[in-house]
Design a protein around this ligand. Sequence first.
Ligand SMILES: CC(=O)N[C@H]1[C@@H](OP(=O)(O)OP(=O)(O)OC[C@H]2O[C@@H](n3ccc(=O)[nH]c3=O)[C@H](O)[C@@H]2O)O[C@H](CO)[C@@H](O)[C@@H]1O
Ligand SMILES: C=C(OP(=O)(O)O)C(=O)O
Length: 442
Amino acid sequence: MAANLETKEPILEIKGRNSLKGEVTISGAKNSALVLMAGALLCSEDCRLRNLPSLVDIHCMTQILAALGVKLQRNGDILEINARDIGHDQAPYELVSQLRASFFVIGPLLARLGMTRVPLPGGCAIGARPVDLHVQGLQAMGADVRIEHGVVHACVKGNRKRLQGAKIYLDYPSVGATETIMMAATLAEGETIIENAAQEPEIIDLANFCRSMGANIKGAGTNTIVISGVERLHSTEYHVIPDRIEAGTFLIAGAITHSEISLAPVFPEHLASVIAKLQAMGPKVILEGSDRLRLIPGELRGTDIETLPFPGFPTDMQAQFMALLTLSEGSSVVTETVFENRFGHVAELQRMGADIRVKGKIAVVRGVPFLSGAPVMATDLRASAALVLAGLAAQGTTVVQGLQHLDRGYDNLAGKLQKLGANLRRVNGTVSQKSEEYSTIR
Ligand SMILES: CC(=O)N[C@H]1[C@@H](OP(=O)(O)OP(=O)(O)OC[C@H]2O[C@@H](n3ccc(=O)[nH]c3=O)[C@H](O)[C@@H]2O)O[C@H](CO)[C@@H](O)[C@@H]1O
Ligand SMILES: C=C(OP(=O)(O)O)C(=O)O
C-alpha cells in the first residue's frame, strides 16, 4: 500500500480493478508530428499542421523552432509554422537536450542554410542512442560534420550552396537517420537513394508531408527511398496520422482490465503486429468501418515478443505488453533488440508482484494471478504507460511517480482513462491513501 506517500512531484493515484467502457479518441502521432515540425523548416512559406497532439515534447519542439526565428501559432490541434526568416543557425542546448526528435532539425537546417549547429539530443534514456548514421548520411551528401563540446557542427563543403544527392546504405534501418537524410535530400542537388531505410508509418507520413510541399520522394514505406532534390518547397496544410502507440496502449488497457472498449481514429495497418500478438493471447480486436477498433476481452495466455523495426513488433509497445504478460497464464519471453537498455519498468512491475527475470536483452515473464498496488517510479515514457496499465489491473492503490515521462508523449492519458471509467486521479503535491476524491467506482 502507498500509505501517506510524501511527494511534491505530481503523481497519479490509481485504484485498480475497475472495468472500462466506451470509446476513446486517439490523438495525432507524437513521432510523426515532431518530425513534420522539423520538416516545416524546409519551406519558406506557410505550413499548417492539423491534428497535433498536446504534449510536452510538442511544446518543447515549438520552443526550439521559435528560438531559431520561426514564427508559430497554435490554435487547438492546429499549428501554423512560417520558417521564412530563420534567424539563428544553432538550436538551443537546454531544449534540444530534452527530446530525441529535436536533433531532426539538423537535416532541414543544413539544407536551407548550408550550415548549422545542433547539440546532441536527449529523449528517453533507453540506450546510448548515437547519431552516427545521421552524420554519415549527411557526410555522404557533401557535408563537413564535426562534433565539438557536445554540439554537431555541419556545413556544406567547399563553395557549393546545396547538398549533393548520394547513394546511402544504412547499417541499421534507423527511423531518425532515414528522416534526417530524407529531409536533407529534399532540397539537395540530384538524386539520393537510401538503402535499408526505415519503413515505419512515420516515414511515410514525412514523405507525404514533404510531397504536399512539392518534394519528389518515392518508395517511402519500403526499404529503398529515392529522393530527387528540388530547389524550393511551397506552402501546405497537412493532417498528422493517428498515434499507433497511444492506440496500442489503449488496446492493452482494455485487455488488462477485461473490458470492451473501442478506439478511433486508427490506421489498422499501423497496428498489425500489435493486434496479431494481442489476438494470440486471447482477446479479439475487431475492425469496425475503416478506422475504429473494438477490443473484446478474453482470458490471457502468455506469448513471446521480439521487438523489431516496422513491420515488426514496435519497441515502443514492449513495456506496455510486458505489463499485460505479467497477468497472462504461462511463461512469455520478451526480447528487446532495438534498444539495449529498455527494461526500466521491470523492477517497478516486480514491486507490484510481477514475476520477471532479465538476462541481457531477454526478459522471461511468468504470469501471476494478481498484481498488488504499490508506489512505483517511471523511468521513461513507455515504462510510465506500462505502470499505469499495471495499476489499472492491480489490487489496491498504485501511485505512479515520474510523470514528466508520461507527459512527454501521451495526450491526457489520465483524462482519457477516467472518461472510460478508470478510477484514477492526478495529484500535484503531498498525497495520502485517502480515497474520497476518486471518481465513482462502477
Ligand atoms: C522521436 C522518435 O521518432 N522516436 C522514435 C524513433 O527513435 P530513433 O529515431 O532515435 O530510433 P532509431 O530507429 O534511430 O534507433 C534504433 C536503433 O538504432 C541505433 N542508432 C540510431 C541512429 C544512429 O545514428 N545510430 C544508431 O546506432 C539506436 O541506438 C537504436 O539502437 O524510433 C524508435 C524505434 O522505432 C522509437 O522507439 C522512438 O520512439
Ligand atoms: C522512445 C520514445 O521517444 P523518444 O525517441 O522521443 O525518446 C518513445 O516514443 O517511446
